[in-house]
Ligand binder design. Structure first.
Ligand code: ADP
Ligand code: MG
Length: 247
C-alpha cells in the first residue's frame, strides 16, 4: 500500500516573474512537504532569491500560484508560520543582540527564555557577551549568526534561509549544518538556497535545481546522482545544467 502524501507546506505552481521585459522565472513548480529539508540549488543569477521574494510577497509575479499552508502566499497569515533570513541580513545597527532577538521572538509569539537563547548562541559559537553589544559592533559572521539564532529561536515550523552559510568561517559552517540537520528531529521544515552542492548534499533530503529561471531537477540528492550516473553531486549538478542549456 502506498502511504498518502502529506499536503504540501509550500506549493509553487507555474510561477513566472519578469523584471521589466525580461522573464526571470519560467513556470516554476515544486512542492515542499512538512518535515522536508529542501535545498534550492542554482548558479548565481539563477533566480533563487527572486523565487523566495515572490513567496514572501516582497515582489509581485505575473503568472502562477504560490501557497503556504494551503493559503495564497500573498495573505499575511500564510506567512505567520515561517521565519526568514534574507541573503544580506542587516539588523538595525542600534539594537543590541538581546533587543534584536527579543523583538523577533515577540513577533513570533515566543516568550523570552534566557537559557534557550544562551544555548542557541552556544550552539552557534556566538559569545553570550554579544547579547549586550549593539549590532553595529558585530562582525559579518556574528551578524549572520545573530540572524540564524533569531530564526532558530522563533519556534516557527518553516525556516526559509537565503544563503544561510554566507559569511561564515569553516567551523561555523559545520555548526550551522549540524543545526539545520537537527531541524528534522524537531519536525520543522526548511527551504534554503545555496550554490554549494556540498552543503545541499550534507543537509537536504530533497533538492531542486533552478537553472536560468527554470526547474531542471527535483528529487533527492541520491536520485540526482543516479540520473546523471555520477558519484559527486557537484559533477551531477554541472551535467544537469549543461544538458538543460543545450537541450
Ligand atoms: N530588482 C531587480 N530588477 C531587475 N533584475 C533583477 C532584480 N533582482 C534580480 N534581478 C535579476 O534576476 C536574476 C535572478 O537573480 P536572483 O534571484 O538574485 O538570483 P540568485 O539568487 O539565484 O543568485 C538575475 O539576472 C538578476 O540580475
Ligand atoms: Mg540569491
Amino acid at each position: 500500500m502506498i502511504a498518502p502524501m502529506a499536503a504540501p507546506i509550500v506549493r509553487f505552481q507555474n510561477v513566472s516573474k519578469s523584471f521589466g521585459s525580461i522573464e526571470i522565472l519560467h513556470a516554476v513548480g515544486f512542492d515542499v512537504v512538512p518535515g522536508q529539508l529542501l535545498g534550492l540549488a542554482g548558479e548565481n543569477g539563477a533566480g533563487k532569491t527572486t523565487l523566495i521574494k515572490c513567496m514572501l510577497d516582497f515582489c509581485a509575479f505575473e503568472k502562477g500560484v504560490i501557497e503556504i499552508d494551503g493559503m495564497p502566499s500573498r495573505r499575511p497569515e500564510a506567512r505567520s508560520s515561517l521565519a526568514f533570513l534574507p541573503e544580506r541580513f542587516t539588523p538595525p545597527w542600534y539594537l543590541t543582540g538581546r533587543e534584536f532577538v527579543r523583538a523577533t521572538m515577540q513577533m513570533s509569539g515566543t516568550a523570552w527564555n534566557e537559557s534557550a537563547v544562551l544555548s542557541t548562541f552556544a550552539d552557534l559559537d556566538l559569545a553570550a557577551s554579544s547579547l549586550d553589544k549593539p549590532a553595529r559592533a558585530f562582525s559579518k559572521g556574528m551578524t549572520q549568526k545573530l540572524g540564524l539564532a533569531a530564526c532558530f529561536l522563533s519556534r516557527r515550523g518553516l525556516l526559509v534561509l537565503d544563503e544561510p552559510m554566507s559569511g561564515l568561517d569553516p567551523s561555523a559552517r559545520v555548526r550551522v549544518k549540524g543545526l539545520l540537520r537537527r531541524l528534522k528531529d524537531d519536525g520543522k521544515s526548511l527551504i534554503f538556497t545555496s550554490h554549494s552542492l556540498a552543503d545541499i548534499g550534507e543537509i537536504c533530503d530533497h533538492m531542486v535545481v533552478l537553472h536560468c529561471g527554470s526547474v531542471t531537477f527535483s528529487g533527492t540528492p541520491g536520485e540526482m546522482l543516479e540520473r546523471q550516473s555520477e558519484t559527486s553531486l557537484e559533477r551531477a549538478f554541472l551535467k544537469c545544467i549543461e544538458s538543460s542549456s543545450h537541450g
